[in-house]
Each structure stands twice: as C-alpha cells, then as structure tokens.
Design a protein around this ligand. Structure first.
Ligand code: AMP
Ligand code: GLY
Length: 423
C-alpha cells in the first residue's frame, strides 16, 4: 500500500519510523517532512494547507492511505477532501475535528452528555465577559475558542489577569480564534494525557503517557507544547482509566456518532485527575507531541494496520501490544523557546547519541544543509530512551544528550520526576 504522511514534527518522525516497518507498506511519502523523516520516507515539498496539491499528488502517486499528523489540516477539512475521492484517511473530518477546533463545541457537548469537565460560560461580547469575571472573581481560566497554537489560555490567579485575558481575546490577539471565549473554573489535581484510537464506533485505548508542559525544571516557566514525556504514566491507574473510558471517552464517541459526525482517528483527552475523579480539560484530535514519541517506541503491533482499522471501521479486530519497558523522551529546544530564538544553528553529534543503548532520536524541526543538520524551529529534537524502569530510561536519555553538541539548544534536566517520585 502507498502511504502519505502529512506533517513535519517529532510526532510525525515517530509515526514515520514505525510506519516504515509495516509489512503492508509499499511506497512511503511524507509532506513536507524534515531531515529525520527523510531517513525513513521520501519527503515531498507540499504544504498541509494546500489541499488541492495534496489531492493531485495522491492521484499521481496512487496513494491509498493518508495519515494526517497535525490538527490544522484536520480542522480545515483535509480528511473530508480525501475521503470524497475515496482515499482512506487516518484522522477525523472537519465536523468531528471541532472537538479540538472549538472549545465551546466541546464544552457544550460535555454539558449535554454529563461529561465531567470544569464549569464554564462562553461569550462573544467583551462587556458581558468582563461582567462575568468580576462577578465570579479569581482564580479563573480564560480561553480563546479556536486554535491558537496553545497560546490562547490565560491561567488567571487574579481578577486583573482574568480581565487581561478577556481583553487580549477581544483585542484580536488570536484573530478569529478569540472572537468567542470560554471562561472556566480552575481545576486542581494532576494532569494526564489519554489517547484512544476510534473508528467512529469502537474506541481502543493506547498505553498511558504524560508530558511536561512548562519550559523549565520543576514544572516552572511558560507553557510550551511539551518539553518531554514518559510512558506509562503512573497517575493513570486502572481505576482512573476505567472511569475515563466510561465517563468521558465513550459518551463522547456515542454523542459524536449520534450527531452524524463519527470520530475516526486518535482522540486525545487532556485530563485533570481531581479529588472527585478524572475531568476533561480539553480534547485534541491528533496524537500529542511529544507523547507520541514515547508511545510509538513501545508499540509492538503494526502501526499501519492499527491506523487503517480506524478508517476501515474494524478496530474491534485489533489488539494493541506494548513492550513492558517504559519510555522517556527529552525535548531539546532552541534557546529562547517558547519565545524568540535563532534558526539555522548547527547540531552535531546526533549519530553518536543515537548509537547509545536504548536510544532513538526523533527530529522535530531540522533540515539538512550538505553534511550539516540545522535547527529550524522551537522544539527541535526528541531524545527518546527505553529502559527497564522510567529511572533507567531517564538516565539513558540524559547520557545521550551529553553526546549532542548544540550550543544553541537547551533541555529540562528533570523529565519524568513525578513518575520517579511516585516510585
Ligand atoms: P488547553 O489548551 O485547554 O489544554 O490548556 C492548556 C493548559 O492549561 C492545560 O494543559 C492545563 O495545564 C491548563 N488548563 C487549561 N484549562 C484548565 C482548567 N480549567 N483548570 C486548570 N488548568 C487548566
Ligand atoms: N503535548 C501537548 C500537545 O500535543 O498538545
């Protein structure tokens, strides 16, 4: 089968690395890819936003299955455009992608189906929103409704910060994404990420995993896309997993089916494990990044077969097998991320680092310039290790990082601490 993967991050490198091993695979392309992905797939210079060119490419190259990595093309309906010409797709159509594309859509779905989540109200008017935050008082969480690359969330500890968040959205800081806002209760507890493959009807949980969202050690500093991750995540006990499936995931899958927008792809629930049990913070309609980079190396089952089953609606015939060894991944980012950073700085030592025991390096934002590898973004490398324990995976990852010579990069030195502290 000829397969096209869409995306260019560390998540897509991990997906490409596993898809490459599938016995079902014939030709394998990635658009646009990166320097790491180019080692396992043929990269083609097509933008995920250019649906017409992607359709053309699929026709000319006889692509039978398209795996869509990032959220933007899903929210923009790329999966629908492909399905309309009878190409199988991993990923939801535009209607089902609203679970990530509109926070208000998800909050309303939760309210209608009794799915535990933070109490909320939504507004499209500045004055009404300001009146509401003044009435409620801090702490509150203020969010732009639409996609804002993780930046449209204000954790307001004071009334002033809540008002600032409301004003930022209505001042157009996030464009159309902030024309509607959601104001939520601030949930307390430990966060967890939970992933299920879905074929519209069936839901198959993946192994547990957890990321570290803050930029600096001790989970301090600004929020990022994720500075590291590990799997399994001890916070997802069997009881919490069961409750998450029964109270959150299954009611969502059923509701989406009933609304005529069956969810096919991977559903990513961002959870807060509160004193009362798991509550939904948000949904995403794609794999987490860097959570994907610790899940994929533990998956023993053929990834292509599993992803295909979400599209062919026979997920009930698939069993996922995981290796017992935990995985841990440390993100190496350009100095300055998540703020301003320099591009095109040179990275050395990748081959030496990759050759170490248990190590796989997924590249997130790199390009080749002759023999040199250059950084081309904020989060650049995912140094991933398997080990007998999370602690062993952690020490292997940090040993490999020592072999990477990239003065313009930085990483957190404590990825996995929560899991290791729990013992
Ligand atoms: P979101 O983009 O909705 O996932 O929010 C980004 C991050 O903000 C989450 O990963 C949480 O750390 C935090 N967050 C969002 N909503 C809440 C909430 N209602 N209570 C506590 N933390 C939240
Ligand atoms: N790691 C968080 C995300 O992928 O959104």
């Amino acid at each position: 089968m000829n397969v096209l993967l869409i995306g260019s991050g560390g998540r897509e490198h991990a997906l490409a690395w596993a898809l490459r091993k599938s016995p079902l695979l014939d030709k394998f392309y990635c658009a646009p890819g990166n320097a790491g992905i180019a080692e396992v797939a043929e990269c083609v210079a097509l933008s995920a936003a250019d649906h017409a060119s992607i359709l053309d490419f699929c026709r000319t190259e006889d692509i039978e299955f398209v795996v869509i990595g990032p959220e933007a093309p899903l929210v923009e309906g790329l999966a629908d455009a492909l399905r309309a010409v009878e190409i199988s797709v991993f990923g939801p159509g535009k209607a089902a992608a609203q679970l990530e594309g509109s926070k208000a859509f998800t909050k309303e779905l939760c309210a209608a189906h009794n799915i535990p989540t933070a109490a909320f109200a939504q507004f499209n008017d500045r004055e009404a929103a300001l009146a509401y935050v003044r009435e409620k008082g801090a702490p509150l969480v203020v969010k732009a409704d639409g996609l804002a690359t993780g930046k449209g969330v204000f954790m307001a500890e004071t009334l002033g910060q809540a008002e600032e968040g409301v004003n930022a959205c209505f001042d157009g800081l996030f464009g159309q994404a902030g024309a509607n806002i959601v104001i939520e209760e601030w949930l307390r507890g430990e966060e967890a990420s939970f992933f299920v493959l879905c074929d519209g009807v069936n839901a198959l949980p993946l192994a547990s995993s957890q990321d570290h969202k803050r930029a600096y050690d001790g989970d301090t500093g600004p929020n990022t896309g994720g500075m590291g991750a590990y799997s399994p995540a001890p916070v997802m006990t069997p009881e919490i997993t069961r409750r998450t499936m029964d109270e959150i995931i299954l009611p969502t899958i059923t509701a989406m089916l009933e609304r005529g927008m069956p969810f096919q792809g991977v559903l990513y629930a961002g959870l807060m494990i509160t004193a009362e049990g798991p509550k939904l913070i948000e949904y995403n309609v794609r794999f987490g990044d860097p959570e994907c980079q610790v899940l994929i190396p533990r998956l023993k089952t053929d990834l292509l077969a599993a992803l295909l089953a979400t599209s062919e609606k026979n997920l009930d015939e698939i069993t996922l097998e995981w290796c017992d060894e935990p995985a841990l991944s440390v993100v190496m980012a350009s100095k300055g991320y998540p703020g301003k950073y320099e591009n095109n700085t040179e990275i050395k030592g990748l081959d030496t680092a990759s050759a170490q025991e248990g190590i796989t390096i997924f590249q997130a934002a790199t390009k080749r310039d002759g023999d040199r590898v250059l950084a081309t973004g904020g989060r650049v490398l995912n140094v991933t290790a398997l080990g007998a324990t999370i602690a062993e995976a952690q020490s292997r990852a940090y040993l490999a990082l020592k072999a990477i010579d990239w003065p313009d990069g930085f990483f957190r030195s404590d990825i996995g601490w929560k899991a290791i502290d729990r013992g």
